[in-house]
Design a protein around this ligand. Structure first.
Ligand SMILES: [Zn+2]
Ligand SMILES: [Zn+2]
Ligand SMILES: [Zn+2]
Length: 451
C-alpha cells in the first residue's frame, strides 16, 4: 500500500498562510474549516491519493503541485501523471504512449503487452469512432469481483437538469453509455463480464449471463445506452462481476453519434499522404531490409477487398506498415454491421480507427479507371508504376501453374520409391483462411425490463 508519509509532506504545506490553505481546500472541494494543522493534514492526505494527485494537477497552481510532489524523492512514489483503474497504492507503473499518464503494471496485467501500450482511457476514446466520446462521467475503474466488495465500489455523480435536457433534446445523437473492456492483452474490444450485473440508481439495469445451452446464439457485447435511466441530482452506477476470473474495467461516457458520411468526409478532408509521400513510402518499403519485400518491384491489388471493384478512396490505418490499401467507403460502412473485429485493417488486422488517404494510390486507381479491364499494379522501386490487366494477370497465373506442375512432376519422379505416389493437395492449395472462433465467450445478454 501507500508508503508516502503524510509527515514528510507537511513542511511544504506549513509554509502556506491560512488563507492559502483555505483556498487550496476550496479548489479541491475539501472541508475548509478547522484548525490550521488539521486543515493542512487533510489537504496533504488527500493530495497523496492518486485521485488527489490528478485533482492537484487539474485544479491547483502547477508550480505548487510540482513542488509539492517533488519534495521527497522516494523510489516508489507515483509519477506525476498517474491515473489507474484501482483505488490507488504504490508499485511499478507503465506510461501510456498516447496521453503519457501512468498506470500500475499490476493493474494493467496482460494489457501491458499491447504495443504501443495505451491506457484504458485512451482505448475508450478511440474504440468506436462513430460513437465519439465527448466526456467521461466515470473514469475507467476496475470491475469488482463480488457483491460484498461491489457495494463499496458504487460510483456517484451528479447531473444538472439542464445537462439532461440537452442530452434528451439531441434525440439519440447524444448518449450516456456504459462501456466495459476485458484486460486481455488485445484491447479496444467491448466485452461485459460473463456473469454479472449493472445497477443504476439501486435498480438492476442489465444482467449478464452465460449460455443457457451450448447452441445458444453468441452474445452481443455492445456498449449500453443508459441515457433514460439518469435523473437530475445524484446518481449511482455499479457494475459487478460474479464468478468470472478475468479482469475488466468500465467507464460511463457521454458520446456523440457520427454518421458514416460525416466520418468519411472527415478522413477525406485530412491532408492524407501526398503523391510524393506515397512514392517515398513505396521506395522506402522496396529498399528496406525487409526480406520478403526487398526487390525491384511489387504487385498490389487496386481492387477493393470488400466489393472487388476498383477502389474509390484508397486508405490505410495510420498504424499500418504495408503498401496495400483498402477502400474507405465500404470499410467504414462494414464497421456498423459487423459485430466482431471492429475497426481492424483487412490487410494486417491491426487497429484502424485512424485512417489516411494515400493520394499516390488514388492517382494510380484514377489512371487504371480509363484502361481496359485493369486488375492490379506493379510498383517499381524508383516510384514508377505499370497497370496490369486482368488478361495479363491470368497469363501469369497459368505460367506459374505450368512451372509448378513441372516442378511437381520432377518431384514425383524422385519419390518413385514411395508406395503411395498421390499428390498432396495441401501442398498445392493456398493455406485455408482461419475462421476465428469466439471460444468460450458468454452467449446471451438477458435484458431486464426497465419499466
Ligand atoms: Zn492501479
Ligand atoms: Zn492514455
Ligand atoms: Zn493494416
Amino acid at each position: 500500500m501507500e508508503t508516502q508519509n503524510v509527515n514528510d509532506y507537511m513542511s511544504k504545506i506549513r509554509l502556506c498562510s491560512m488563507q492559502e490553505l483555505r483556498e487550496i481546500a476550496r479548489k479541491l472541494e475539501l472541508k475548509s474549516n478547522g484548525k490550521r494543522e488539521e486543515l493542512a493534514r487533510l489537504i496533504v492526505s488527500f493530495l497523496l491519493t492518486p485521485e488527489g494527485r490528478n485533482e492537484a494537477y487539474r485544479k491547483l497552481d502547477l508550480n505548487f503541485a510540482n513542488s509539492f510532489y517533488d519534495q521527497i524523492k522516494t523510489s516508489n512514489r507515483l509519477p506525476e501523471k498517474f491515473r489507474c483503474i484501482c483505488e490507488g497504492g504504490s508499485g511499478a507503473t507503465i506510461e501510456c504512449t498516447r496521453c503519457k499518464f501512468h498506470q500500475h503494471t499490476s493493474c494493467m496485467g496482460r494489457n501491458t503487452l499491447i504495443s504501443p501500450y495505451e491506457c484504458p482511457t485512451c482505448q475508450l476514446y478511440q474504440m468506436q469512432p462513430l460513437d465519439e466520446v465527448v466526456e467521461f462521467y466515470i473514469l475507467p475503474n476496475s470491475v469488482p469481483r463480488d457483491f460484498i466488495h461491489g457495494t463499496q465500489c458504487e460510483r456517484n455523480f451528479t447531473f444538472l437538469q439542464s445537462q439532461l435536457d440537452k442530452i434528451h433534446s439531441a434525440k439519440g445523437a447524444l448518449q450516456i453509455q456504459a462501456r466495459c473492456l476485458r484486460i486481455d492483452g488485445i484491447g479496444y474490444t467491448h466485452q461485459w463480464p460473463k456473469v454479472g450485473c449493472l445497477i443504476v440508481n439501486g435498480r438492476t439495469a442489465m444482467e449478464f449471463r452465460g449460455p443457457e445451452h451450448s447452441n445458444a446464439k453468441a452474445r452481443k457485447d455492445e456498449p449500453l445506452n443508459l441515457t433514460t435511466l439518469f435523473v437530475p441530482g445524484k446518481n449511482s452506477v455499479n457494475l459487478l462481476r460474479v464468478a468470472d476470473t478475468e479482469s475488466f474495467f468500465w467507464a460511463l461516457v457521454l458520446i456523440k453519434k457520427r454518421s458514416d458520411d460525416h466520418f468519411i468526409k472527415e478522413v477525406c478532408s485530412k491532408p492524407g499522404l501526398s503523391v510524393e509521400q506515397g512514392k517515398a513510402f513505396l521506395i522506402k518499403k522496396l529498399n528496406s531490409g525487409d526480406s520478403d519485400i526487398q526487390s525491384r518491384s511489387v504487385k498490389l491489388s487496386i481492387k477493393c477487398p470488400f466489393t472487388m471493384t476498383l477502389m474509390e478512396i484508397p486508405v490505410r490505418g495510420t498504424k499500418c506498415d504495408h503498401l496495400q490499401c483498402f477502400n474507405l467507403d465500404p470499410f467504414v460502412r462494414l464497421q456498423k454491421s459487423s459485430k466482431v473485429n471492429r475497426w481492424r485493417c483487412p490487410i494486417c488486422k491491426g487497429l484502424a480507427f485512424d485512417l489516411i488517404v494515400d493520394k499516390f494510390m488514388a492517382e494510380i486507381v484514377e489512371h487504371a479507371r480509363v484502361l481496359n479491364d485493369p486488375h492490379s499494379v506493379e510498383l517499381m522501386s524508383d516510384g514508377t508504376y505499370r497497370i496490369i490487366s486482368f488478361e495479363e494477370y491470368l497469363e501469369s497465373i497459368n505460367k506459374k501453374e505450368e512451372e509448378s506442375g513441372k516442378a511437381e512432376n520432377e518431384a514425383k519422379k524422385k519419390r518413385k520409391t514411395e508406395k503411395d505416389d498421390s499428390i498432396n493437395l495441401n501442398e498445392l492449395m493456398p493455406a485455408p483462411v482461419q475462421i476465428q472462433k469466439n471460444n468460450g465467450n458468454p452467449q446471451v445478454v438477458d435484458l431486464i425490463d426497465l419499466d
